[in-house]
Design a protein around this ligand. Structure first.
Ligand code: DOR
Ligand code: ZN
Length: 346
C-alpha cells in the first residue's frame, strides 16, 4: 500500500474567501494548502470592476500569514451591464484572471447576476477574442424546475447554445454535480473543462437528511443521487485534463447555517487536500491526484505549474467538530470524522 505521496503544490480553482472578519478567518486555510486560488467575486456588493478586484486582492494578501506561498487570482462578477472594455483592460493588466457567470438568483449574493446570457454576448465575444476564461455556475433558476434537475436543464437550455455560438470561448463548468455534466464535458472540445468539489465526491443527497435535516451538507448545486457521485469520482480520477480541483469552499457562520433558512455552502478549506486524497486512494488512483490537483488547472488557464512540493501520508486524525478563529465559528466539512490522509508538515 502506498504510504506517502509527494505532488506539486496544488491550486484551488474555485474558492469563496469572503471579506472582512470572515476573510481573516478563512484565508489562512486556503493559503496553507494552495499555491493559487481562483477567488469568487460574489461579495456584497459584488466585485464587478478591475478597481474593486485590485482592492479586494490587497485585502486578501493582508489576511494571509506573512511569508505564505500563495497568489489569489481574481475574477469579475458579470452583470447584465458588464463593461467589455473594463474587463479586457483588467485582464490585460493582470488583475482579472477570469469572469464568473452567475445566473441571477442562482445562489449566495447572485441577485446582480445575469438575467439572460443574450445581454452579455458582446462581453463573451471579447473574452473569446482575448482568451479569457468564463467560469459558469451552471444551474437554471426557474422555480418550476426541480432543484435536482437544474444543472442538467442548464446544459440543454443555456450551455450547449453558448458554446455553439462561441466555439472558441474557454469555459469552466464549475462544481459539476451530475453525470449529464460529465458527459457534456467529456464530449466537448478541449476549451471546455470542469471543477469538482471534495464534497460532491464524498456525499450524495442522502447526506442532507441523515436522522434529521443536516444544514452543513447543504450547498449549491445541491448534492445529487449516488449515480451522479459515482460519475464524478470516475471523471475526477480518470486522468482527463478537463477535470481539476475546485473546492467551492463557502463558509457561513454557524448561526447562518443552522437556521430556519440556512445558507448554502460547505466550508472544506481546512482539510481539502486530505479529502481529495481519500477519494483518489479509495478509487485506486493516487497516481492521478497530482494531475487533478496541481497540473490540469494550471494547464487549462495557461499558467505555470507550481515549483513547491507537498507530501501526504497515510495517517489518521479526527477533524474537529468546529473551528473558532478570528471571531468566527465554522463547521468544517468532515466535522468529527476520521481522515485517513494527512499533510506532512515541512
Ligand atoms: O453552496 C454554495 N455556496 N454555492 C454557491 O454557488 C455559492 C456559495 C456561497 O457563496 O455561499
Ligand atoms: Zn462557488
Amino acid at each position: 500500500m502506498t504510504e506517502t505521496i509527494t505532488i506539486r503544490r496544488p491550486d484551488d480553482w474555485h474558492v469563496h474567501l469572503r471579506d472582512g472578519a470572515m476573510l481573516e478567518a478563512v484565508a489562512p486555510f486556503t493559503a496553507r494548502q494552495f499555491g493559487r486560488a481562483i477567488v469568487m467575486p460574489n461579495l456584497s456588493p459584488p466585485v464587478t470592476s478591475a478597481a474593486s478586484a485590485a482592492a479586494y486582492r490587497e485585502r486578501i494578501m493582508a489576511a494571509v500569514p506573512d511569508g505564505s506561498d500563495f497568489t489569489p487570482l481574481m475574477t469579475c462578477y458579470l452583470t447584465d451591464d458588464a463593461d467589455a472594455d473594463d474587463l479586457a483592460a483588467g485582464h490585460a493588466a493582470g488583475i482579472f484572471t477570469a469572469a464568473k457567470l452567475y445566473p441571477a438568483n442562482a445562489t449566495t449574493n447572485s441577485a446582480h447576476g445575469v438575467t439572460d446570457v443574450a445581454h452579455i454576448m458582446p462581453v463573451l465575444e471579447r473574452m473569446q477574442d482575448i482568451g479569457m476564461p468564463l467560469l459558469v455556475h451552471g444551474e437554471v433558476t426557474d422555480g418550476e424546475i426541480d432543484i435536482f434537475d437544474r444543472e442538467a436543464v442548464f446544459i440543454e437550455r443555456i450551455l450547449e447554445k453558448l458554446i455553439a455560438a462561441l466555439p472558441g470561448l474557454k469555459v469552466v463548468f464549475e462544481h459539476i454535480t451530475t453525470e449529464q455534466a460529465v458527459q457534456f464535458v467529456d464530449s466537448a472540445g478541449p476549451n471546455i473543462a470542469a471543477t469538482i468539489t471534495p464534497h460532491h465526491l464524498h456525499i450524495n443527497r442522502n447526506a442532507m437528511f441523515v436522522g434529521g435535516i443536516r444544514p452543513h451538507a447543504y450547498c449549491l448545486p445541491v448534492a445529487k443521487r449516488e449515480q451522479h457521485r459515482l460519475a464524478l469520482r470516475t471523471a475526477a480520477t480518470s486522468g482527463s485534463p478537463k477535470y481539476f480541483l475546485g473546492t467551492d469552499s463557502a463558509p457561513h457562520e454557524i448561526d447562518a447555517k443552522e437556521s430556519a433558512c440556512g445558507c448554502a455552502g460547505i466550508f472544506n478549506a481546512p482539510y481539502a487536500l486530505e479529502s481529495y486524497a481519500t477519494v483518489f486512494d479509495e478509487e485506486g488512483a493516487l497516481d492521478r491526484l497530482e494531475g487533478f490537483a496541481s497540473l490540469h488547472g494550471a494547464n487549462f488557464y495557461g499558467l505555470p505549474i507550481n515549483e513547491a512540493m507537498v507530501s501526504l501520508q497515510r495517517s489518521e486524525f479526527q477533524v474537529p467538530d468546529d473551528i473558532e478563529t478570528a471571531g468566527s465559528r465554522l463547521v468544517p466539512f468532515h466535522a468529527g470524522a476520521i481522515m485517513k490522509w494527512q499533510i506532512v508538515q515541512s
